[in-house]
Ligand binder design. Structure first.
Ligand SMILES: Cc1cc2nc3c(=O)[nH]c(=O)nc-3n(C[C@H](O)[C@H](O)[C@H](O)COP(=O)(O)OP(=O)(O)OC[C@H]3O[C@@H](n4cnc5c(N)ncnc54)[C@H](O)[C@@H]3O)c2cc1C
Length: 456
């Protein structure tokens, strides 16, 4: 199969990229393996749309969250594009709830919601309708196996076949789904980033992983929204005693929970039952599905891998370091998040940079890479995907030490039981070695054996 622009991944970044490339007249093939994080987003999308707000204020908040590691030009593009990106989404038929909320470390009300806490699934419904109306976009189901080329990218190989493309936009999401406890889909395993690295694209900032503090503590994790703490829920220990200020920023709560000896719980038993039913239907439904009545019982919680800042390094137009390959959304490291993402900036980034990347892709000369399948050798051993996930949780979780990272890296080199485990081990190696190479605590990367750097 052949196309002008191949977009891999149909979350918000891939959908925005496909629609923009089609609008510019390109033939687009949009290939994905199922829903990633976009459909799970609850909070909403940040944009400075109110008169008392401005892109500059939005940029200042974003830079502060990023702990000195953001690229100021990328941040400026992101926040300046906010209002226009919202208008573009509306032009596709997207209907926001109306009004903006002040959330997390945003200094102004600027988070737009769709159907309350169902922002992601509602937004993606509109995006899919827009894609269905666009005749230049051909949708396919397929799981990425490898990218075509070496030091250049001319398409990709999927389990469903090969696609040769003039340019390729990678929009495969992040790698928080590689953690054992995660709020992500398991498809968010860093495969796209890994394949980009294998053909020579530069990858950066893999050590920066954001953990959500309040995930249900079980194998079947679900996210418990921060708004519940905002509404007055307590975080308590096994004896029902509070041990932390629940309204601290997300990463500080995650750290306190990681340091807490014993099980922690979120308790909403003292809150009004009617308010809980009306405002937190997802929370009520999820708890009941695992046999917990949150009106009577506290709910066990633990931090979980949630959002990843690292990925394929790009310029301001989504160009990777190799010809023919572009990246957008959570798989890209554009520089907008630095060491820590400001909540609700990622949907804005996905839509804004998805469009920019595909505009650059359409504009660039088509690449012809030899359509050869690559044979990959990996060392046989006993590592399974589950072992890799657990290693990441224990060595590259909320709190890290050099000793733990070194022993995880040593374990990751010992060989894998399957090709999937070998891929997982390679992504985990990228995370652990980047974390080991940064002997300071900065933003989302916290080393127990290293000082905190204060951004000035
Ligand atoms: C529970 C949760 C809540 C969140 N809430 C918010 C929020 O309120 N606001 C906000 O701004 N951000 C939020 N985020 C983060 C945000 O949702 C993501 O950063 C963003 O949606 C990423 O979009 P994306 O298009 O880059 O990737 P995704 O939406 O993850 O899409 C990735 C795509 O790549 C495809 N793919 C992956 N691997 C392969 C492969 N090997 N082969 C083929 N296709 C592949 C997938 O099938 C999918 O189509 C939340 C995340 C989670 C998990």
């Amino acid at each position: 199969m052949k196309t002008d622009v191949l977009v891999i991944g149909d979350g918000l970044a891939g959908s925005a990229a496909a629609l923009e490339a089609a609008r510019l007249g390109a033939r687009v093939m949009l290939v994905s393996a199922g829903n990633g994080s976009s459909d799970r987003a609850q909070g909403g999308i940040a944009a400075a749309t109110l008169p008392e707000d401005s892109p500059r204020l939005h940029a200042l908040d974003t830079l502060a969250a990023g702990a000195g590691l953001c690229d100021p030009d990328a941040v400026s593009i992101l926040t300046s594009a906010g209002p226009e990106t919202v208008r573009w989404l509306e032009s596709l038929g997207v209907r926001f709830d109306g009004g903006s909320a002040r959330e997390a470390a945003h200094s102004r009300a600027r988070v737009l919601h769709l159907r309350g806490d169902q922002s992601g699934s509602t937004l993606m419904g509109y995006m899919r309708d827009a894609i269905d109306r666009e005749p230049r976009i051909e949708r396919k189901r397929g799981r990425l196996q490898s990218l075509l080329g070496d030091g250049i990218c001319g398409g990709a190989v999927f389990d469903s076949g090969m696609v040769a493309a003039g340019s390729t936009v990678l929009a495969t999401g992040g790698y928080a789904g590689l953690y054992d406890r995660t709020t992500n889909s398991r498809i968010s395993n860093g495969k796209g980033i890994l394949e980009a690295a294998r053909i020579g694209a530069r990858v950066a900032d893999m050590e920066f992983v954001q953990f959500h503090p309040t995930a249900f503590a079980s194998a079947h994790t679900f996210l418990i929204t921060e708004a519940l703490r905002g509404a007055g829920a307590y975080i308590v220990d096994e004896d029902g005693n509070r041990f932390i200020d629940e309204l601290l920023p997300r990463d500080q709560v995650a750290r306190a929970l990681a340091m807490h000896a014993g099980q922690a719980y979120i308790s909403a038993t003292h809150l009004d039952a009617e308010v809980l039913r009306r405002s937190f239907p997802n929370f009520m439904r999820n708890c009941r599905s695992v046999g917990i009545d949150p009106l009577r019982q506290p709910v066990p919680i633990a931090p979980a891998g949630h959002y990843t800042m690292g990925g394929v390094a790009t310029d301001l137009d989504g160009r990777s370091s190799i010809e023919g390959l572009f990246a957008a959304g959570e798989c890209a490291r554009t520089g907008v998040h630095g060491a820590n993402r400001l909540a609700s900036n990622s949907l804005l980034e996905a839509a804004t940079f998805g469009r920019r990347a595909s505009a650059a892709a359409v504009d660039s000369p088509p690449v012809h890479a030899r359509p050869a399948r690559r044979t990959r050798l990996w060392r046989r051993g006993d590592l399974t995907v589950t072992t890799v996930r657990r290693l990441l949780d224990s060595a590259a979780g909320v709190l890290r030490t050099g000793t733990d990272l070194e022993s995880a890296l040593e374990r990751l080199q010992r060989g894998s039981a399957s090709a999937a485990a070998a891929d997982a081990a390679e992504v985990a190696t990228m995370i652990c070695s980047a974390a080991l190479a940064r002997p300071q605590s900065l933003g989302a990367h916290q080393r127990l054996d290293a000082p905190t750097l204060i951004a000035v």
